[in-house]
Ligand binder design. Structure first.
Ligand code: GLN
Length: 498
């Protein structure tokens, strides 16, 4: 039997294998992430959950920021390894194994185990996350209208994992301590690996390392690209200037900013090299529009990711969380996003599909720009919350619920759509790499979110929320105004989808 042709609920069965694998991977990721800052800041003695690391919250947040950025930035080498060495399917397998090891090591209590575990998780996510996403795209032929919907279903898997983890892991830690929590994340990842291995028969046709790809290695190998960079004076000059700025940033703003600029330099140089390498105007234009859409991505996550930081603290200290005589725990607000995703993912995807069939504008770029505006609009409720707090010393939690609702609808317009868009527009040879660059952009967004969030201690929440509201709505509108020329650059990649 050829399992690769089998369908389930109108989609290739492979989608549900990837759904379950990613669900367990995200369970382990978000479960562990939920514990991380708490574990680092807990005292080294006398806590019922066992000793923590006893760090200050500033130290913990700094490591947290780097960690959440690096997991996504590592998607770039993760994507390259898939494109050039093993294909996406094996890269996912390798990533899953490394993740099992990483979470396994975190069960141990030594300090070396803590750092080694985090390092392995960073490598594992880098190999798994971008490549499993590209594989979802590979399940659908070009022009298949089910692709966007497939990504929405996949996105439900992501959030089911995240929701389950954030609901369960707190109890496990309260009962059996930190390292049991890390262990639970490990068990989840083993389940993900088992599902993936079992489901291989449904994935025979996707994510394979193409021999054809290997034959063309000469012109598109990274070594070759690098030689071209050395030959092109403009590119080289530009790269040198950016590197200079990184060093300057390192000295004036601190090593953190230096490192950030340095990452940006590498990404920019890589993108220039690939652009040069593309032969047809169509490929070049599509590549450009993809990069431009990543600006939206960075801004989106830079605002959205206030959720775990500034909005989390706001919930904790400035919100009246009493509901029918019970105080709703702060962490529960972190589950709203995933819950809303599960409720609304198919509604939003269905809405766009219907609009598209009617022929009214529903290109990915339009959806993404709309997503930024809707998400930004959610900050209006945070502005109301801050106003109420300033007047009465507390604020209603309904504002948070509304803000998270709009954030989630915005996320559904942008995030699954962006994943799908990348698989439509990337040059085949660099498909996994471009997915990696996308996740790196979201990682940079996370870092931006941290920087913006920190500024609240000087500017006050009201100004920060209002600033985000205005800025995101302007950027979203700008992209909507530029829609026509941008769409032209896609060379009809989304026309006539059936
Ligand atoms: N919550 C989504 C996920 O975990 C999006 C993350 C991202 O794009 N940075 O997949």
């Amino acid at each position: 039997v050829d399992y690769s042709k089998s369908n389930l609920f109108g989609h290739p069965t492979g989608l549900f294998i990837l759904f379950l694998t990613e669900m367990w991977e995200r369970f382990s990721y978000y479960g562990m992430r939920a514990l991380l800052v708490l574990y680092m800041t807990t005292e080294t003695l006398g806590d019922v959950r066992g000793p923590g690391l006893g760090w200050t919250s500033q130290e913990a947040l700094a490591l947290y920021g780097w960690y959440t950025m690096l997991v996504y930035v590592m998607s770039i080498p993760g994507g390259m390894i898939a494109d050039k060495l093993v294909g996406q399917k094996k890269a996912v397998l390798l990533g899953a194994i490394i993740l099992c090891l990483g979470h396994g090591v975190l069960v141990l209590t030594d300090t070396w185990a803590f750092y080694t575990g985090l390092g392995l998780v960073i490598l594992g996510v880098g190999l798994l996350k971008p490549n499993i996403s590209t594989m979802v795209g590979g399940l659908y032929p070009q022009g298949d209208i089910r692709r966007d919907k497939g990504f929405s279903i996949f996105y439900i898997g992501i959030n089911t994992g995240s929701l389950l983890a954030t609901m369960v892991i707190g109890f496990v830690v309260a009962q059996w301590g930190w390292h049991a929590g890390f262990g639970l994340a490990g068990i989840a990842m083993v389940l993900g690996l088992v599902v993936y291995l079992w489901g291989q028969k449904y994935l025979t046709h996707v994510g394979n390392f193409e021999v054809k790809q290997a034959n063309t290695v000469d012109e598109s190998s990274y070594g070759h690209l690098f030689k071209n960079l050395l030959k092109s004076q403009n590119q080289l000059l530009f790269t040198v200037i950016l590197s200079g700025l990184s060093i300057y940033g390192w000295y004036t703003l601190g090593w953190g900013f230096g490192l950030l600029f340095f990452f940006l330099t590498i990404i920019t140089a890589l993108m220039m090299m690939i652009y040069k390498e593309l032969t047809s105007q169509q490929d070049k234009d599509r590549f450009m529009v993809l990069l431009l859409s990543f600006i939206m991505v960075i801004i989106f996550w830079g605002a959205f990711e206030q959720a775990g930081g500034l909005m989390n603290l706001y919930t904790d200290t400035k919100t009246d969380r009493m509901l029918l005589g019970w105080e709703v725990p702060t962490v529960m607000f972190q589950s709203l996003n995933a819950g809303f995703i599960i409720l609304f993912a198919t509604v939003v995807a269905g809405y766009w599909a219907k609009r598209k069939l009617k022929g009214s504008e529903a290109s990915s770029l339009f959806k993404m720009a709309t997503g930024i505006i809707i998400m930004g609009f959610g900050f209006l409720f945070m502005v109301f919350a801050a106003m109420e707090f300033e007047k009465s010393g507390t604020s209603s939690m309904i504002w948070l619920v509304l803000a998270y609702l709009f954030h989630t609808i915005g996320e559904l317009c942008l995030s699954p759509v962006a994943l799908s868009f990348i698989t439509k527009l990337s040059p085949v040879k660099y498909a996994s790499l471009m997915m990696g660059v996308y996740f790196a952009a979201t990682g940079l967004g996370n870092k931006v979110a941290g920087i913006v969030g920190e500024s609240a201690s000087n500017l006050g929440e009201y100004s920060v929320f209002l600033g985000i509201l205005v800025f995101t709505i302007i950027i979203g509108s700008l992209f909507i105004m530029l829609l026509k020329p941008l769409k032209r650059l896609t060379h009809g990649a989304e026309d006539n989808e059936k």
